[in-house]
Design a protein around this ligand. Sequence first.
Ligand code: ATP
Ligand code: MG
Length: 409
Amino acid sequence: MSKLVRGFRDIFEPQSNLFTELENCARGVLRRYGFSELRLPTVEQKELFVKSTGETTDIVQKEMYSFEDAGHRQLAIRPEGTPGVVRAYLENNFTQAAPVQKFYYIGNMFRAERPQAGRYREFEQIGAESIGNSAPAADAEMILMLKDIVSAFGAKNYSVKINSLGCDKCRPLYRQALIDFLSQEKDTLCENCQTRLEKNPLRVLDCKVDGPRFSGRVPTMTLCPECQAHFEEVQCLLKGKIDFMVDPMLVRGLDYYSRTVFEFQAGDTSQNAIAAGGRYDGLIKSMGGPATPAVGWAMGVERVIASRGEVPVPPQKSVYVASLGPACHEPAFNLMQALRQAGVRTEGGLFDKNAKGQMKQANRCGAAYALILGEDELAKQEVTLKDLTSGEQKQLPLATIVQEVKKLV
Ligand code: ATP
Ligand code: MG
């Protein structure tokens, strides 16, 4: 028998309902903020991620599922959504016609990471990208929108951290200061960070192994006046609307971020980021488009769900239809359809089984009521309604049974 692939999952009810609930919650909020849904392909050219996510990132170097197809194309199964959004934006000439765009996407992402709680090889992200607005208001709007989604869903005990990574003017100085500082500790860095040190020293701070021990010791960033003003205004717009803290250690694992970065965290494991994002003013130009500012985030659906904890969902009451003889099968089947058309959650139709077998299934599937149609009932144009909790039963006219059941469930 074939087995599930490591790091991948089957998600049954009631767990699967939580995904739908969060998606619905997010759609409602995103729409209110003026975002429109973009459905993206799962497969893109591998080069797209190498260029945008970044050649030196863990995602591209170690985690990406890439392959050559029969037409010798080098492809990748998307590890994240932003590169696809930007590709679609550029390819469809939004830059000319309508450069300011707000998109959201909902979809599964794929990364060959070491599976553990909250870290899977296929996971769902809800992401939003606000393209064409360089104002601090866009950053603040994105952060508040994210908060609206997670709090509407009922996520608890999360904290919000923000930071600024500066721009091409001020980041190189910080980068060098960081290289100088980290070089003194080079021997003690993990294998990955030894390589990151030269290529992308900021990412050492984001390392699950090395990052935490540098907390409070690393040189801090001095922003240029423009970046400083931008960051201050973002904070000013957020004040009083969301609890947040500035964390100079907060950097992001992807190459393309500039200025504001933020993370929503819950819990204290290394899988504590429930959502993260930031500004990426240089990305669109680096992908061949005109210089276009943008800010975005992506939320880990599984992690947001986990951060809410268990919330008992009241089971939706359902009805089970049983038929006690060949002559009753068709009217019983018609009754099932009539109930469903009337909006009642209806199961049944296991007519090859005897009465006992059908009632056993009615209990197994958690139905609140059974509707039993036997030859006697049929002759009188009636049906037996049985309350499966109390065991009480009564006969009711077939003609009005749908209305009666609707009142009960
Ligand atoms: P982490 O630091 O946990 O590896 P990341 O920085 O790689 O996260 P992003 O690329 O920013 O994550 O993706 C946004 C969100 O997607 C994360 O904040 C997290 O909630 C979720 N996420 C990322 N990787 C996984 C995964 N392998 N399994 C489940 N959720 C994930
Ligand atoms: Mg990661």
